[in-house]
Design a protein around this ligand. Structure first.
Ligand code: GLU
Length: 416
């Protein structure tokens, strides 16, 4: 039976596990279990047909003990405030694990981005930013892309924020187009980080990447680019999917060709030479490596046993429930958790912010080299702690992230 989990119950349970292992002060645990600030807004815009559209928006700022708030903005029809709260919490741990001077935040608007025009999305974005602008800023809270937002959305955010302040402030947002101050490598950063983690996990398991079979759930920025980079590293991509379903082909597919097919037909379904499968079948595909790169709550207590991969690398935030974590660990599956595996995105966001603040522009080689150093270091730190604690990588990653934030909160003290 499907267990009823929300992203927030999963995030709270993960925090509880980490707090217990760290023997965290109950007061500190209670503090970290709630966001420092939640801003909810009603985003009203003129729709193309001249009616008024009213959308629920929010920005959740979890904790900023390690630096300004940082995190993406998500547009999705099923988005709830609880989801955004969980995602903000994960951002806090993520930044701490990778060693970025940031706290965690997340924002979102409940809307149907796929059915909205560019003009409607632009008005939605600008109105939303105008409503939360007083809580944003390069040293306060720096947004970035997430599900169904992209570099264009970030350009609108930068422009709206800059117009409100009266001068250009590129460091107010990351994930912008390169021409207006974005960083080289930001678009592929999350996927490249996923690939580095896959390589490190394969090394630990003595699994050769050359010829290793991979299934990828989700074909957005993270899923597609992860499939493409892993193929370049020698892997065979045997299954991919998007929100409409997936395709399976034991001989392997060319990710770029599947993307062309998706852009023509609207989905990966019916790609030539493949068998159509459902998203749940994709998770159970015969493969060495599984990359969930879609949404939360996909690998659960009821299907974890059917996962056949030896390595799971979480490109998405929150795809696995705590029950599934335990089941996979008992089966000997190596799961690289979201807060480590997908931290490449926010890491290059940090590089973008640093470049903006110093008015510099780094080459792609510099960006990717620095990303690799940070990811390999963080993977090593988490792996070492997992061995010491005899725990899975998720618990070790949480202990590292939660531990660092808790220490900072305690050191700063409470005022007033
Ligand atoms: N939305 C991305 C994440 O979940 C990136 C956040 C950022 O770059 O600030 O990590």
């Amino acid at each position: 039976m499907r267990q009823e989990h929300t992203a927030l119950t999963v995030a709270q349970e993960q925090l509880r596990i980490a707090a217990e292992k760290l023997e965290l002060d109950p007061g500190l645990h209670a503090m970290l279990s709630k966001p420092k600030r939640t801003i909810t807004v009603s985003v009203t815009i003129k729709m193309d047909n001249c009616t008024i559209g009213v959308f629920d928006g929010c920005r959740v700022q979890h904790w900023d003990a390690l630096g300004p708030f940082k995190g993406g903005i998500r547009y999705h029809p099923n988005l709830t405030l609880d989801d955004v709260t969980a995602l903000a919490m994960w951002m806090t741990w993520k930044c701490a694990i990778i060693g970025l001077p940031y706290g965690g935040a997340k924002g979102g608007i409940n809307c149907k981005p796929k059915t909205m025009s560019q003009g409607e999305l632009e008005r939605l974005t600008r109105r939303y930013v105008s409503l939360i602008a007083e809580y944003l800023g390069p040293h306060r809270d720096v947004p970035a892309p997430d599900v169904y937002t992209n570099a264009q959305t970030m350009a609108w955010i930068m422009d709206t924020y800059s117009q409100l302040k009266g001068y250009s402030i590129p460091e107010s947002v990351t994930g912008k187009p390169v021409e207006i101050g974005g960083s080289e490598g930001r678009v592929c950063a999350t996927a490249l980080g996923v690939a580095f983690c896959t390589r490190e996990a394969a090394k630990a398991l003595k699994l050769k990447l050359k010829g290793a079979t991979v299934a990828v759930q989700g074909y957005g920025n993270v899923g597609y680019n992860a499939a493409s980079i892993l193929q370049d590293m020698g892997c065979k991509i045997v299954a991919v999917s998007d929100s409409s379903g997936g395709v399976y082909c034991p001989e392997g597919v060319n990710p770029a060709a599947v993307r062309v097919h998706k852009s023509k037909t609207g989905s990966v379904l019916n790609y030539k030479g493949c068998r159509n499968i459902s998203n749940s079948e994709l998770l159970e595909t015969e493969c060495d490596i599984l990359v969930p790169a879609a949404l939360e709550n996909q690998i659960r207590g009821d299907n974890a046993d059917k996962v056949k991969a030896k390595i799971v690398v979480e490109g998405a935030n929150g795809p696995t429930t705590p029950e599934a974590d335990s089941a996979l660990y008992e089966k000997g599956v190596c799961l690289v958790p979201d807060i480590l595996a997908n931290s490449g995105g926010v890491t290059v966001s940090y590089f973008e912010w640093v470049q903006n603040l110093t008015r510099e522009h780094w080459t792609l080689e510099t960006v990717n080299g620095k990303l690799e150093d940070k990811m390999v270091k963080a993977f090593g730190d988490v792996q070492k702690l997992a061995r010491k604690e005899e725990s899975n990588l998720r618990t070790a990653a949480l202990m590292l992230g939660v531990g660092r934030v808790a220490h900072a909160v305690k050191t700063l003290g409470l005022w007033p």
